[in-house]
Design a binder for this molecule. Sequence first.
Ligand code: OGA
Ligand code: MN
Length: 287
Amino acid sequence: MSLPHVKLHPSFGAKLLDTDLREIKPNVIGKLLDLMDEHAVCAVPHRVPLTNEQHINFSKMLGPIERSAKKIAGTGKRLPFDEIIDQSNLGPEGAIYKDGDRRLALKRANRLWHTDMSFYRIRGTYSVLSAHIVPPKGGNTELIDMRTVYRDLPDTIKKRLVNLSAEHCYWHSRTLGGGPSPSAEEKASRPPATHPLVLENRRTRREALYLASHIKSIKGLEENEGKQLLDELNEFATQKKYILSYHWSVGDVLIWDNLATMHRATPFLDQKYVRDMRRTTCRDLAI
Ligand code: OGA
Ligand code: MN
């Protein structure tokens, strides 16, 4: 029997009704992964947010977990855990970043559609985002099921995608999203990675379009032609009917499959309100 849940969107997304990720036993993980195969996104509410340790312990059950991204200038740590990515608008001392702060600009680039860690050769698989403090208004996370998008693409476009790969680069999306230009050292610390535009899921065999604002170019296509194709794909994928908009409550944990979805943060008054979100990410293979 599958874990009790309700649907979040007509074509994907589930909200678990009676599951506490602090208590989940290894023998129930299979059921959760089955649900993820079907829905690609699972929301799991808790009355009290998971501690960092609980968050990490749960995430480890989903696969090899990413530890500490390579250091980017000025990103001192508020949360002393290599596995946790601080997605808040708070600096190391716990105060809201000032407008114009380089570190806030890097976070704001999450407002472009993307999938996590596609800029690494060993891609992100599951992301686990946990809400500690949410603003009174705004700050939803939006998600799209890229398997449905792929299924719905016109055959003429599907044919064009056969054997095409894209170059994903972290700095591309950061600058596109209004972030700072990287130093030469930063650039070298996160070189681009190449992945097919269409992925077949290892577990379900379903195909998904693998798009992200990290994509800098399409291999083998002229710059203009590549850009045109990407614009066309992005326009198709981001139609309103495909979007699930998740409204957060404190204690919610949202798990998404990066190889089956795309997501983005949405604006809120980030100079006035705190939004304290923390993420762990699993990777394709242990690194
Ligand atoms: C992330 C992300 C979106 C949000 O944590 O990977 O993109 O709404 N977050 O914070
Ligand atoms: Mn993200």
